[in-house]
Design a protein around this ligand. Structure first.
Ligand SMILES: Nc1ncnc2c1ncn2[C@@H]1O[C@H](COP(=O)(O)OP(=O)(O)O)[C@@H](O)[C@H]1O
Ligand SMILES: [Mg+2]
Length: 395
């Protein structure tokens, strides 16, 4: 704890008023956008990240060291009044050390739960929220009997470490079981088999919870992936309003059931019949919540700062329809070029494009370099802009 902190003790948590220092494990774009909003509110930031001049390090103090560097973690704890993280695969040992030496309102338990698909599903079910039918897989025999029980198609996933569709395989025929098992079970990796959900669309809801227990959610985003990477988030999601409401209630229930603090992103499948199944969770700001930066009364990043500091949560009203489109390495040049010119197309469609770039030095293919929030009167106009610019034409 530093002398600068302005702190009030509340029943359940510590209220950290503006002037406090927020330490962030990880200096990527999520931390950067958290700081862009947090600094506006009067907080200051310090990050621990192994890459010098990280996206967050460019706009805050940075301790450059590995995440497993205990001395560096101790330094972060000394400088910060409160510690948060911007990615999920924080080493549980480091998280625990920080919890002992500093104030980590999110705790290490939520991380421990969401780092493992089986623990995560059990926790979601315990909160009374449905997930797609699944089985734990420890051998090829397990896989064969589970596939027979659930019925193909199914999705086989590693229990830990998967992202952007990596570490999973869709199984459509019995012949695919053994090769998929052998590919994914390397080194004795734990696996989970899920029933393939024939979803009408995918949505996500971001909920926030404070240490004092208040909970608020944002309107659902409808998510479109390309090559398993998020491409578009469309808000309002094109699903009936009663389903949107139910999705928000489920997300809030999961946040409460898991005693989450800070943001919890809840990914869901919506079936043709209007059923909702939770797919996975992320205990942090989420790519599908970037739309809130201009389209909502409070952004997900401000909400996260409010939640971990135990301030009253902000209003989550949607101020305008919006489409968020990701700018990956292969889109960067064309997107930046376009922003240097008068955009007649946007003007004629009544679309207002807001560009966000993350300050990453190398524009590799499929690397998230930034995003554009397209404020609009109707999401169809924003989708037409995405289509007609040709920047995101499939290659
Ligand atoms: N059980 C399932 N049924 C149908 N599609 C699925 C299922 N599980 C995953 N998918 C598809 O694969 C994508 C990535 O899976 P997900 O579990 O979210 O892993 P990741 O950690 O890579 O995001 C999902 O967004 C969805 O499109
Ligand atoms: Mg996912």
């Amino acid at each position: 704890m530093t002398e600068r902190q302005t702190l009030q003790q509340t029943a359940a948590g510590r209220r950290l008023l503006p002037g406090s220092v927020i330490g962030v494990l990880g200096g990527g774009q999520l931390g950067r956008m958290m700081a862009l909003d947090g600094v506006k509110m009067g907080y200051s930031f310090v990050t621990l990240d192994p890459t010098p001049n990280s996206p967050l390090g460019q706009i805050s103090e940075q301790i450059t060291a590995g995440y497993d560097d205990v001395e560096a973690a101790r330094k972060l704890a000394e400088q910060a009044d409160v510690i948060t993280y911007e990615f999920e695969n924080v080493d549980a040992g480091v998280a625990k050390l920080l919890e002992e030496q500093s104030y980590v309102p999110q705790g290490s338990k939520l991380l421990y739960t969401t780092q493992h698909r089986l623990r995560e599903k059990a926790a979601i079910e315990a909160a009374g929220v449905p997930v797609a039918p699944y089985r734990e897989i420890n051998s090829l025999e397990d896989l064969q009997s589970a596939a027979a029980e659930l019925g193909l198609p199914c999705v086989l996933k590693t229990a830990t470490g998967g992202y952007d569709g990596k570490g999973q395989a869709v199984l459509r025929s019995e012949e695919q079981l053994q090769p998929a098992y052998e590919t994914l079970a390397v080194g004795g990796a734990e696996l989970v088999l899920e029933k393939f959900v024939k979803f009408a669309c995918e949505i996500s809801v971001i909920a926030a919870r404070t240490p004092s227990g208040s909970v608020k959610s944002f309107p659902p985003a409808e998510n479109v992936h390309v090559n398993n990477i998020l491409h578009l988030s469309i808000v309002p999601a094109r699903v009936p309003s009663d389903i949107q409401l139910r999705a928000r209630q489920l997300a809030e229930r999961v946040a409460e059931g898991l005693n989450a603090v800070g943001l919890l992103a809840v990914e869901m499948f919506v079936t043709e019949e209007g059923e909702l199944y939770v797919n996975e969770l992320a205990p942090r700001p989420h790519n599908s919540g970037h739309y809130t930066m201009e389209a909502s009364a409070t952004s997900q990043f401000e909400q996260h700062v409010r939640a971990i500091c135990d301030l009253p949560l902000g209003d989550t009203t949607l101020l305008s329809p919006v489409v968020m489109v990701n700018v990956l390495g292969q889109h960067l040049e064309a997107a930046v070029q376009r922003f240097g010119e008068h955009d007649e197309l946007a003007e004629s469609l009544g679309v207002v494009p807001k560009l966000h770039l993350y300050g990453k030095s190398e524009a590799k293919a499929n690397r998230k370099m930034g995003h554009i929030n397209l404020l609009c009167g109707d999401v169809r106009d924003a989708l037409e802009w995405v289509e007609k610019t040709n920047i995101w034409r499939q290659d």
